[in-house]
Write a protein that binds this ligand. Sequence first.
Ligand SMILES: Cc1cc2nc3c(=O)[nH]c(=O)nc-3n(C[C@H](O)[C@H](O)[C@H](O)COP(=O)(O)OP(=O)(O)OC[C@H]3O[C@@H](n4cnc5c(N)ncnc54)[C@H](O)[C@@H]3O)c2cc1C
Length: 432
Amino acid sequence: MATGRMYKERVDRVTDEKNEIWDVIVVGAGPGGATCAWKCAAAGLKVLILERAAVLPRYKPCGGGIPASLMRDVSGFENPEEFADLTVTRLRHSWKGKSPIVADMTTSTGEPAQVWMVQRPRFDNYLVQRAQSQGATLLMGVKVTGIAVTTDAVTLSAEGQEWRSRYVVGADGAKGIIGPRAGLRLGRRYGIAREIEIPTAKPDSVSSEGELSEGELSEGELSERELLPGTAYLDYGTVPNGYAWIFPKDGFLSVGAGMLLPKQPTAEAERGVGLVLKRAIDIMLGSVGRTYPLGEDAPRLWAHPIPFWTGAEPLATADGRVLLIGDAAGVVQPLFGEGIQYAIRTGDLAATHLIAGTTQQYTDSVRDQFAAEFDAALRVGKVFHRAPYLSYRLGVKNPAGTRLVGRIMAGEASFAALENRIYERLRNPLQR
Ligand SMILES: Cc1cc2nc3c(=O)[nH]c(=O)nc-3n(C[C@H](O)[C@H](O)[C@H](O)COP(=O)(O)OP(=O)(O)OC[C@H]3O[C@@H](n4cnc5c(N)ncnc54)[C@H](O)[C@@H]3O)c2cc1C
């Protein structure tokens, strides 16, 4: 049972050569797991990270967009030049590749707001090395398959090997096994996203020049200025219950599309969704005059599940010995499928509870921090996807609406504010 005596337990820990007991084992070395391991290790806990990938850095299909407001919420992200390729400060929205609108992202005081663009292999590896530098131990090529919880410890197993720990953090991603095997998140649901990386000349993606005035651009202006510098692209209408994106990186573009809630989560429906997403990617790229090679030279088109936020549910076992974070916990913002900052924030939160020995309160902390916002995002999504074209015309392609969406993407405004605006607009459709 978790109590505030964790440090004392550590001092009293009996470890023999064969049966070492860790304070915390983190399963999965993504941004959630690495952040949790870093904070626990920095507080003096004995931390082991078990990672399935044979070697790190490993690739993870992802757009890699993280609001810079993260550094306000969690410590340790003050130097983005150490882990991010570049920042974007502007969003370009479009409907089926057409009818675009461009808007700067700003804070509530009108300052520029930023979204970092990270390459996941580089970013995740940075976070893991940071955890190691605080004393966390990393074992790669370990795919955990079993978990057994007893009164005083948790035993993890993989291919005939076992590790014992006082606490286990399931940071093993969307299809992680720790949750279900510990009796958590048994009814989880998924969306799907596909992503492809297209090499591009660096000047396209670097936000140095290219002063633009905010607002609507004609098709002609767009083709001249295709790939606006310092800009992330979002397209609606091609993917039901989802959207497509182009996020610039240093030397390539991450182009993808995600359907956050497939209507019927069957294998056949997923195949159909995969085709819809590929088409959306092609339309998105075509709208900015880009293609990618086919045949042998074709870049890999990845597919990966995105957990769907299903509301408040236990994210720790009753005894507080097993906790879930990030995608494994389903803490993914349900309108855009944004999960990196939430993996980091739940990793940080789990570490706070592990250090204090209050893991039984972890679920309540997650609920307090994220439930109201995610529930509002879900309701906004339902309105948007019920009448997507109307929502685009009246909501997104409207200077005030675009500004608000930009502030949300940059972590500077809430979905509750967007929800209020939608209801105001419904009451008064002529309002700008
Ligand atoms: C195509 C796509 C685009 C996305 N774009 C964005 C974006 O732009 N911005 C954003 O914020 N979010 C985005 N997301 C979501 C984001 O990628 C996830 O929310 C984020 O990776 C979650 O981090 P995590 O640490 O919880 O899990 P992960 O990053 O998935 O890490 C889990 C780790 O656990 C390891 N693991 C799994 N099982 C085991 C096991 N049994 N034993 C040991 N190790 C195991 C895996 O190898 C992996 O390293 C996107 C997702 C997709 C699919």
